[in-house]
Design a binder for this molecule. Structure first.
Ligand code: KIV
Ligand code: ZN
Length: 511
């Protein structure tokens, strides 16, 4: 029988460290449920000590998820570990993941601690964590630039203290596959008691090698891979879950390992994460990109038609492409909509929110002949608790564009209970709409990114817009969806402004 490879998903923690990707509690719960359905073994639900909001989100996920272990990150400090321990208490299976940096550069400049102090703290953190759960993971941050002898010493001590999983991170994405595999092999060989623990790897993608490095670690004995959906994560991101899982599955002849992942849920998970975080997936991205299974060239198409395996090493349906169900139509009733939302793990805070979603569904069905799950996901995102209570809300938009004249947009919006309107010209209708909003709000923000993607195919598809705004060192992504992309853009802009309004302070675990 093949050995098992543990899939540890950190979309909700490392993924959330991507600029502007921070998520609300409700959205994190939606992703966590989907990760559970996908079959990930461990969900790193967040960093509980970052803020009261983060604590609540980890706790809520621990209360909700039953089939995956729920984990919280904690720096190697008593307060962090205890916050993590409290947050995962309701979990059926809970883990604390504690870490401290072990490289000379981090110890000297960031921690200002010597080797003795780092070992002492690592051991203490594992012991504090064991007061809450026997499932304790320890990471040696920046292991890639740590001295081998010191790494061996730290890992030896934390095993003695009771850590069950030892994670070796390439925090800065510096390694190359052969060297990374060799590092893992040597650690397993040199650390006493290494056969009693699971060795794990956590690779960043700064050189585009995160997946290759992770797989090399696996070939050298790692039995847990830390990864994220769509490769989301700090800077260039983490190893992408879908790529790691499909490599191990497709090349079982090489790895001889099994995962618990239901690969048919991969595309749905990717789409959900992309729409919630506002990070679009590039079309040529492996596995989940729109072109990943598209065969353009005539020669390839001919080959595929004659015998599929001439050019395909995986089947699109095995990762959930084409599972895209035509769910509902114009004549569908409230019960049909309610049960489809339930199947998609979408809950509404109250009946009023469901009614509003039903109303929007009917409007959408009037404009769009076929309604898919992705349309419902986008529609539901706008009727969550935080949207209902939002400060800025679009009431009305009119945009006019015509060749030869400057486009103009009129926006009517609510700020709290009051209504305002403005009309502006712009380089295009979207620009005009943004200018009209700014005339009303005067936010002082900087627009860092604007992107539009179609949620499904066809010219009647909803456009999903992401707007990234920055102000005073904070960066947020706003999303909006509509069959009219000017309306979607205005909604995305207001969504970003609403996120900037909620000025919750959060600590970054690694800074
Ligand atoms: O990249 C890293 O080192 C991390 C650790 C906290 C595991 O994210
Ligand atoms: Zn990381």
């Amino acid at each position: 029988m093949a050995e098992k490879l543990i899939i540890f998903d950190t979309t909700l923690r490392d993924g959330e460290q991507s600029p502007g990707a921070s998520m609300t509690r409700e959205k994190k719960i939606r992703i966590a449920r989907q990760l559970e359905k996908l079959g990930v073994d461990v969900i790193e639900a967040g960093f509980a000590a970052a803020s009261p909001g983060d604590f609540d989100a980890v706790k809520a996920i621990a209360e909700t998820v039953r089939d995956s272990t729920v984990c919280s990150l904690a720096r190697a400090s008593e307060n962090d570990v205890r916050r993590a321990g409290e947050a995962i208490k309701p979990a059926k299976s809970g883990r604390i993941h504690t870490f401290i940096a072990t490289s000379p550069i981090h110890m000297k400049h960031k921690l200002r601690m010597n080797e003795e102090e780092v070992v002492e703290r690592a051991v203490a953190a594992v012991r504090w964590a064991l007061e809450y759960t026997d499932d304790v993971e320890f990471s040696a941050e920046d292991a890639v630039r740590s001295e081998m002898d010191f790494l061996v010493r730290v890992f030896t001590e934390v095993i003695k203290a009771g850590a069950r999983t030892l994670n070796v991170p390439d925090t800065v994405g510096y390694s190359i596959p052969a060297a990374w595999g060799e590092r893992i092999r040597q650690l397993i060989e040199r650390v006493p008691g290494s056969d009693r623990v699971i060795w794990s790897t956590h690779c960043h993608n700064d050189l585009g090698l995160a997946v290759a490095n992770s797989l090399s670690a696996v070939m050298n004995g790692a039995r847990q891979v830390e990864c994220t959906i769509n490769g989301l994560g700090e800077r260039a991101g983490n190893a992408s879950l879908e790529e790691v899982v499909m490599a191990v599955k497709t090349r079982r002849d090489v790895f001889n390992l099994d995962t618990r992942i239901d690969t048919t849920q991969i595309v749905a998970t990717s789409k959900l994460v992309s729409s919630i975080t506002g990070y679009p997936v590039q079309p040529n991205k492996a596995i989940v990109g729109a072109n990943a299974f598209a065969h353009e060239s005539g020669i390839h198409q001919d080959g595929i038609l004659k015998h599929r395996e001439t050019y395909e090493i995986m089947r699109a349906e095995d990762v959930g492409w084409n599972a895209n169900k035509l769910t509902l139509g114009k004549l569908s009733g409230r019960n049909a909509l309610r049960s489809r939302f339930a199947e998609l793990n979408i809950e509404f805070p109250n009946e009023e929110a469901f009614n509003a979603a039903f109303q929007r569904f009917k409007e959408l069905a009037d404009r769009k002949s076929e309604i898919f799950d992705e349309d419902l996901q986008a529609l539901a995102s706008e009727e969550t608790v935080e949207h209902i209570n939002e400060h800025y809300r679009l009431v009305y938009l009119r945009a006019h564009s015509e060749t030869g004249i400057l486009p103009v947009a009129k926006v009517v919006m609510n700020i709290g209970e009051k209504q305002f309107d403005a009309e502006m010209q712009g380089g295009g209708p979207v620009d005009a709409a943004f200018k009209a909003i700014e005339k009303i709000v005067d936010s002082g923000t900087e627009l860092q990114l604007y992107s539009v993607n179609n949620i499904t195919s066809g010219t009647d598809a909803q456009g999903e817009v992401t707007v990234r705004l920055a102000k005073g060192g904070r960066i947020v992504n706003g999303q909006g969806a509509d069959t009219d992309i000017v309306v979607a853009s205005a909604k995305a802009y207001l969504d970003a402004l609403n996120k900037l309004c909620s000025n919750a302070e959060r600590a970054h675990p690694q800074v």
